[in-house]
Design a binder for this molecule. Structure first.
Ligand SMILES: [Zn+2]
Ligand SMILES: [Zn+2]
Length: 142
């Protein structure tokens, strides 16, 4: 592993915010002055291929990265886009059930929970009387 990639991985592992490539770029800039954003992207891709980091892909939003490559799910705030970790999801997915419901051979799944983070939850509660709740559908594929 190159020194550059090590620093990028350290930065990614030091936060629980699931940062974007630009966030990481800003974090490592002081230490790697000649680094370009494209290089950050490339290094992140390699780290994901090596299984040291994970990509969080959500339709319509900037790709985020996770320094915690262990098995876990995510919850995304519909207000501010914050992403939190869900260690254990109270959901079980039956591959045989899914295989019966589709012609596809199922090799994995992606699951994302949607909601409001603590600060957006409070803001919504305060604003609930004036503003009608905004509803958005969407999110994870099975
Ligand atoms: Zn929020
Ligand atoms: Zn995570």
């Amino acid at each position: 592993m190159t020194r550059q990639r090590r620093i990028i991985l350290d930065a990614l592992e030091s936060v629980r915010t699931h940062p974007t490539a630009e966030d990481i770029y800003r974090m490592v800039r002081p230490r790697l002055q000649r680094l370009s954003l494209a290089t950050v992207y490339r290094n992140l891709e390699v780290l994901c291929e090596q299984g040291l980091a994970r990509k969080i892909e959500t339709a319509g939003t900037t790709r985020r990265y996770d320094g915690d490559a262990s098995e876990h799910y995510h919850v995304r705030c519909l207000g501010c886009g914050a992403i939190g970790d869900v260690r254990k999801a109270p959901v079980s997915v039956s591959r045989t059930g899914l295989a019966r419901a589709t012609d596809f051979q199922i090799v994995g799944h992606r699951l994302e929970f949607l909601g409001y983070c603590p600060s957006c939850k409070g803001r919504r509660r305060r604003g609930a009387r004036d503003a009608p709740a905004r509803r958005r559908s969407g999110g994870g594929d099975v």
